[in-house]
Ligand binder design. Structure first.
Ligand code: AP5
Ligand code: MG
Length: 214
């Protein structure tokens, strides 16, 4: 099963990807996570990537496509994977189609997470991370046991540099302009399923399971 999770920042792609992995074993491939790992390497290119991402802008297509191409054909992806945050524009979508065609593969389903902008802004403003493990919390919707501390290690939680209200607005604008046209692109291929993503994570996951099990 080859899945794309398509949705604006804060729509719950990462949250639902983890649930899909637990239930079905498909590998989560988050380009955002992979790029953030590259930023933390401290290399010159890492610092350049960080400047682009902290400003809420898209990284160049060549870099992202290269990262994905290197990853999706690895052995652990053979049983299935979810692309979380890729593709983000038509150039990336076409390059993905081309690389899959070479291996006689295709995208089976695109799960489009539908949610309003005001909810997205609240979700993003309250998100907190434990850097080493990637565990994610929300100050209101999924709080840690002790405020500001990771449940397992007690280490401090941090906020992503692009998770503030000004940058979120610009990430949402970029989503509308560059990524949302992919809805039509995948609708025309007959693989798009829209998931109403307003409820709790478990309620949304129930709808996703129904779509995946059909
Ligand atoms: P990326 O990391 O992909 O960020 P994003 O798309 O902006 O999405 P987020 O990770 O912010 O949100 P999410 O949908 O995963 O929501 P989450 O589940 O965490 O990309 C970051 C940057 O990397 C980009 O800006 C760009 O620079 C670069 N990049 C990445 N891919 C690229 C590409 N293909 N091309 C070019 N550049 C690329 O949920 C958010 C919060 O809400 C959490 O706190 C969570 O606990 C909470 N929450 C989730 N669901 C619910 C719910 N149902 N109810 C209540 N709270 C909820
Ligand atoms: Mg995410």
């Amino acid at each position: 099963m080859h899945i794309i999770l398509l949705g604006p920042p804060g729509s719950g792609k990462g949250t639902q990807a983890q649930k899909i992995t637990s239930e079905y074993g498909y590998v989560q491939l988050s380009t955002g996570d992979m790029l953030r790992a590259a930023c933390n390497s401290g290399s010159k290119i890492g610092l350049e990537l960080k400047a682009v991402m902290d400003g809420g802008n898209l990284v160049s297509d060549d870099i992202v496509v290269g990262i994905v191409e290197e990853r999706i054909f690895q052995n652990d992806c053979a049983a299935g994977y979810m692309l979380d945050g890729f593709p983000r524009n038509k150039v990336q979508a076409k390059k993905l189609d081309a690389m899959l065609a070479v291996q006689n593969q295709q995208i089976d389903i695109v799960l489009r997470l539908l949610v309003d902008d005001d909810i997205v802004v609240r979700r993003i403003a309250g998100r907190r991370f434990h850097v080493k493990s990637g565990r994610s919390y929300h100050v209101e919707f999924n709080p840690p046991q002790i405020a500001g501390k990771d449940d397992l290690t007690g280490e401090p939680l941090t906020q992503r540099a692009d998770d503030n209200e000004v940058i979120v607005q610009s990430r949402l604008n970029i989503y509308r302009e560059q990524t949302e046209p992919l809805v039509k692109y995948y609708e025309e291929k007959g693989v798009l399923v829209s998931i109403d993503s307003f409820g709790t994570p478990d309620e949304i996951f129930t709808k996703i399971k129904t779509a995946l099990d059909q």
